[in-house]
Design a protein around this ligand. Structure first.
Ligand code: LER
Ligand code: MN
Length: 270
């Protein structure tokens, strides 16, 4: 069954980014639960027992946990030409993988993947990314969860922008424990056809960021959602569609619009 989720950022440095809730975790969980979401997706500054307690008290599941604070707060990326920085990046992400696993959720590798920097070759950068994903995926597997790798659009990385390229890359790894995160906003910029790309990636897709073409809630842009929802059903997707969108016109309205769209495109069978 496809389930609904909504994002909360607990990282002030990410202000302006595509997260629906920004306030305290308790408030975000309460609003999400009242609107009927199945789960919350958390963008934390670091592992935090208080966050875990608040989510558990809310009764919501955790859809995923972002690692991006490693970049926005600490400027750590897996493809940094400096070996010590790369090691530090893996260490930061490993702590988030452990925290996410305690919550029964996968961690997301998005902005921490970095890019091919002028000081390095593309092969070197992809090699460093592979090393990081192998290490983190093994850690996640030992804790019973997947790792999620997210292809980003060309304005955020020059590594892998399309689902197909990212899928080939994941299949080249030794670990089978990394799944693709299909972010509909990035895909709108990079894919020829979103439904076709989803069908081609099939069972490799482990998470979806449910965002319209302008990174507002689904229904507020020009994405044709119906064929995308059909493609997700056809591949047997049974994960979360999680609203990683701007709080437009405000957090509550974006959340309300998201749950309305979710119920329209993924109606409950009973
Ligand atoms: C993270 O999920 C994402 O989509 C990125 O655009 C954040 O930089
Ligand atoms: Mn995303």
């Amino acid at each position: 069954m496809i389930r609904s989720a909504i994002t909360v950022s607990l990282v002030p440095e990410a202000k302006g980014g595509p997260f629906v809730f920004w306030d305290r975790i308790e408030n975000a969980c309460q609003a999400a639960a009242e609107l009927g979401f199945d789960a919350i997706e958390i963008f934390p500054a670091a592992p935090d027992p208080a966050v875990r307690a608040a989510v558990e008290a809310s009764g919501l599941a955790v859809a995923a946990v972002g690692t991006g604070a490693g970049w926005v707060k600490h400027q750590l990326r897996f493809t940094d030409p400096d070996a010590a920085t790369r090691a530090h990046a893996i260490e930061f992400a490993r702590e988030i993988v452990d925290f996410a696993a305690e919550l029964g959720a996968p961690a997301i590798i998005g902005s921490m993947q970095g890019r091919v920097e002028p000081e390095a070759s593309r092969d070197e950068a992809l090699g460093w990314l592979s090393e990081a994903l192998e290490t983190l995926a093994a850690r996640a597997e030992a804790r019973g969860v997947h790792l999620l790798y997210e292809p980003l659009n060309r304005y955020e990385t020059n590594l892998l922008n399309r689902l197909e390229d990212a899928a080939c890359f994941l299949l080249s790894l030794r670990t089978p424990n990394v799944r693709l995160l299909a972010d509909l906003f990035h895909m709108n910029l990079e894919e020829k056809s979103l439904p076709e790309s989803i069908r081609a990636a099939g069972r490799l897709i482990g998470h979806v960021h449910f965002a319209d073409s302008n990174r507002r809630a689904i229904g507020l842009g020009h994405t044709d959602m119906e064929p995308i929802a059909t493609a997700l059903q056809e591949i047997g997707y049974n994960g979360y569609v999680s609203a990683e969108v701007l709080p437009y016109p405000d957090s509550h309205a974006a959340a309300q619009q998201t749950i309305t769209a979710f119920r329209q495109f993924f109606p409950s069978p009973c």
